[in-house]
Design a protein. Sequence first.
Length: 260
Amino acid sequence: MPRLRELQLGLVSALLDGDEGDFARHIRAAGLPGARRLQIYRNNTVLGLTDALAAVYPVTRRLVGAEFFQYAAAQYITRHPSRSGDLHEFGEHFPLFLQSFAPAAELAYLPDVARLEWAYHQVFHAASHPPLDVAALARVPADWQGALHFQLHPAARLLESAFPILRIWQVNQDNYPGDPTVDLAEGGVKLLIVRRENLDIEFQVLEDGEFSLLRALTTDGDFAMACERALATQPTFDLPACFQRHVLQGALVAFRLLDH
C-alpha cells in the first residue's frame, strides 16, 4: 500500500500532468471506473484554475479570445500548477509564460498587459499599512538623510512597459465610453498602481525621473543614490515636490536608517 504522500503526488500527477499510470487502481469505483473519476476530477480542476486565471486576467482574455485563452491556460496549468490553497496566489507566472508562448508571439504587448493585471490583482488583495511617520522623518539629522531607505506601500506596485499598456487596459474595460483605438506607436508608459483607502485602484502615469526615484528608493537604493539616479534620468525633474507628494499621498509608508 503506497504511503499518503505517494498517493497525494500520484493524484496531482494524474490530474495536472495527465500521467495516470496505474493510479486509477487506487480509486474505489463505486459506480464509475477509477479512470473515469480521474477524468472528472481533472476536468473540474482545470476548469476551476482556468476560471481563476480568467478572473485575474480579463483583459488578456478579451485580447486573445475565450478559446485561445482556454488553450493557453491549460498549457500554463500543466507547467505551473498551483502551489497554494489560496487561489488568489495562482497565476503569478502567467505573464512570463505568455512571453515565451509561441502562439502569442505576434502580440508583443500581451505579456506586459498581463503584468499590469497581475499588479492590479496584487494591489487589490495586499495588506493595509499606516502612513509614514512624517514627524519621525523630520527628526532624522540632515547628514544622515542620504542613507535612508524607504518602503513602498504593500498595496502599490511600479510597472514599466515599452507599450501603451494602460491605454490597452482602459479601452478593454466593459462599457468603455471613448474611442477604443490604440496606437502602439504612441510608446511606453511608467506607472504607479496603488490602492486607496476606499479600495479604489489608481493608476498614476509617472515621469521618467519620478519612476527612477521611486524604483531606486524602494529596491536597493538609499535616498542619496535614488536622487542621483532620478536627476540623471531627468535633470529638470522637480525632485523635492515629487518626494513630498508620494509621502503625503501614502505611496511611501516607512523608512529605515542603515549603518547609524
